[in-house]
Design a binder for this molecule. Structure first.
Ligand code: C5P
Length: 405
């Protein structure tokens, strides 16, 4: 369950593509996330997949007929068009794109698309030649110009045996695009956000490294929330267990040295910098060129300190830039966090308790405080990383407002 999807009414328009069966997975994931899914299948879609599958998955009637009784507000098209938060057409055939571009209204889905003011997200899926056809491309351009959104298609082997763009993009990518569109708060539109995320791996030799348990979940949640609020997001990411949002620009790095180089190359263009990476404090001074061989003797490694990325950014920041850091501590959390805020000259530090059942590295929840210079720490109690990122960006937006930028 996620707060981004909870109780959101999403019309899932399924059209006649061989990928129609994959819409069952999309319906299932959206339902799991807490959305109210209203499945609507075109006649061609029903040749590929049964409405009953969607009814079983979503627990709601699947709409198949424009001439359904008008008295049924569950499926009456104008009522649905008004109450929907999002129309997700997945898979979107060349036919529905053409109909939507021309304003043809000859079945429930195409008619309701004309009547809605909700955002519309198309996930195209078709043969590569159909997708590349100038008519399809012109229809996509028309729909984009009118404010419709697109996700995919992916590239690869298609059901027809050809290879190229035309595959329905993977479900997590579709869900992420839907999640971004479902946010009404666009207070970071036009802002650029740079985030460091994940761990760093400091080589010992070509096959071994010193690393840490950072999962990258916090960086991912921050990037997604910034995208939901309309920002342009770049993530300098060390090794992580979770993927970053597709809508973010990702610069993959391995070591702290690579992370600081990538960060300093991009930070001047950013309005907001968030240091969420768990950077190794030390690296091996002279990593071996060849794999160490075990010979029974003790092995001494000389470690030298890594640069502090957050401090380096603050040292050269423009007055209107906002810099945010994290302090994960097992004890004396507030005192350490306060010291880091001052030492690294940050505008905001998110202090979170590490250790314990809900607050371990890699957990989905955090026990956190927000600390800004000259103000008492704001306690957030135990909250999900998703909620925490909302509160962090609320605070960042309020700092930006005080700077009148
Ligand atoms: O100094 P410490 O690692 O405890 O501080 C944590 C904060 O500083 C985090 O925001 C982390 O991303 C950032 N940091 C950094 N570069 C380092 C070490 C930490 O940006 N070398």
């Amino acid at each position: 369950m996620s707060i981004a999807f909870a109780d959101k009414q999403i019309v899932l328009g399924v059209t006649g593509s061989i990928a129609a069966y994959k819409a069952c997975e999309i319906a299932s994931r959206l339902t799991e996330e807490g959305a109210v899914v209203i499945p609507a299948l075109t006649r061609a879609a029903r040749e590929f997949v049964a409405p009953l599958s969607f009814e079983a998955i979503t627990g709601r009637p699947a709409i198949t007929d424009i001439f359904a009784p008008i008295a049924n507000p569950e499926i009456e098209h104008i009522a649905v068009a008004r109450r929907a938060h999002l129309f997700l057409i997945a898979p979107a055939s060349a036919n529905i794109l053409a109909k939507a571009a021309c304003g043809i209204a000859d079945d429930w889905l195409s008619t309701t698309l004309l009547a809605t003011h909700a955002p519309v997200l198309f996930a195209p899926a078709m043969n590569a030649a159909m997708y590349a056809h100038p008519a399809t491309q012109a229809n996509i351009a028309t729909l984009l110009a009118r404010g419709a959104h697109f996700v995919g298609p992916g590239e690869g082997r298609l059901a027809c045996g050809e290879t190229g763009p035309g595959r329905l993009i993977e479900t997590p990518v579709i869900l992420e695009a839907a999640c971004i569109l479902l946010s009404g708060k666009k207070d970071l539109a036009g802002r650029r956000v740079l985030i460091t995320s994940g761990a760093t791996h400091e080589p010992i030799d070509p096959v071994r490294f010193i690393g840490n348990r950072s999962s990258g979940k916090m960086g991912r949640a921050l990037a997604l929330e910034a995208l939901r609020r309309g920002a342009e997001v770049t993530v300098v990411s060390g090794p992580a267990r979770v993927p970053l949002p597709h809508a973010a620009k990702v610069l993959s790095v391995r070591t702290a040295q690579e992370m600081i180089e990538a960060t300093l190359a991009h930070v001047d263009a950013a309005d907001i910098f968030i240091a969420a990476a768990a950077v190794a404090d030390y690296r091996v001074e002279h990593p071996a060129d060849e794999k160490h061989k075990r010979n029974g003797d003790a092995l001494n490694l000389t470690l030298c300190p890594n640069p502090d990325i957050a401090a380096a950014v603050s040292a050269r920041k423009r007055p209107e830039q906002v810099t945010v850091g994290f302090a994960a501590e097992t004890h004396d959390l507030l005192a350490y966090a306060q010291r880091k805020l001052e030492k690294k000259k940050l505008d905001l530090i998110v202090a979170n308790q590490v250790g314990g059942e809900n607050c371990a590295f890699g957990a989905d929840t955090a026990w956190a405080w927000l600390i800004t210079p000259g103000a008492p720490p704001e306690q957030l109690h135990l909250i999900t990383k998703e909620e925490l990122t909302e509160r962090v960006f609320d605070k960042i937006a309020s700092i930006l407002r005080t700077r009148n930028t």
